[in-house]
Design a protein around this ligand. Structure first.
Ligand code: FPP
Length: 233
């Protein structure tokens, strides 16, 4: 097994897990939280430096209102209940995404947990909430355009590094591996800039059933990949 420095996860299949088990969709999301705790703890203990979890996409705002409300209720509960898990594992919490559509109570709890864990120097955990890859690039371009308009940046100085620096969390390295559960072979607007050379790993299992064993399996597969970055080995 090779432990990647940076991991990103599309946690898919909560609804399917619930349907298969004869439960309401929300039970799948509830069980998804247990899988989040397991993955965060295990990644931190194995020495992963950065973990980005796709918790709520910009497109997820189009889901039924009651599901959105329940998802944010779970998210808020997670932000309070798991503070101990984050502190015990020396995890620093970050947020990737747009804050504008998040309610005040969500941003308050998010900011509190981010503040509480700010001095932890183990793994960084970024929760992608109200996140879209295209929207992140739009926001980055606007930031750079404003700097050009203000005369602080020349257009010629916009290179890959400048774009990277304008992303939501420029301190995070690009993912070495992008894990997706529930079998779908899609990127779904996640980290479009950052995944250009990520190893993609898709597991058929639904997210609530993704545990330590499956994480280790992903890292073993990662160890078998030959990363050429366009070069000849
Ligand atoms: C995809 O399953 C999952 C989501 C849209 C939300 C993921 C959220 C969690 C795991 C819980 C909250 C997260 C944190 C970090 C506290 P789906 O509903 O699209 O499943 P389906 O495709 O089978 O319907």
């Amino acid at each position: 097994m090779v432990v990647p420095r940076s991991v990103a996860v599309i946690m898919d299949g909560n609804g399917r897990w619930a349907n298969n088990a004869g439960f309401e969709r929300i039970r799948g999301h509830e069980r998804g939280i247990d899988a989040v705790r397991t993955t965060v703890t295990e990644c931190a203990q194995l020495g992963v430096k950065a973990l980005v979890l796709y918790a709520f996409s910009e497109e997820n705002w189009a889901r039924p209102k009651h599901e959105i409300n329940l998802l944010f209720k779970l998210l808020k509960r997670f932000l309070v209940k798991e503070r101990g898990t984050l502190m015990d594992n020396n995890v620093r919490l970050l947020h990737s995404g747009r804050r504008a559509r998040l309610s005040k109570d969500v941003t308050k709890l998010l900011d509190e947990s981010i503040g509480l864990t700010a001095n932890n120097d183990g793994m960084c955990l970024s929760l992608a909430i109200s996140y879209g890859g295209r929207q992140e690039l739009v926001d980055a371009m606007q930031t750079l355009a404003r700097e050009v308009a203000a005369g602080k940046l020349s257009a010629d100085a916009i290179d890959e590094q400048a774009i990277h620096n304008a992303l939501y969390q420029p301190s995070l390295p690009d993912p070495d591996i992008l894990i997706r559960t529930a079998g779908e072979m899609r990127i779904s607007n996640f980290l479009l800039w950052q995944v250009s050379y990520s190893e993609i790993y898709v597991h058929d299992i639904c997210w609530p059933d993704f545990g330590k064993e499956q994480l280790h399996e992903a890292f073993r597969e990662y160890g078998r990949r030959v990363r050429k970055f366009g070069k000849v080995t």
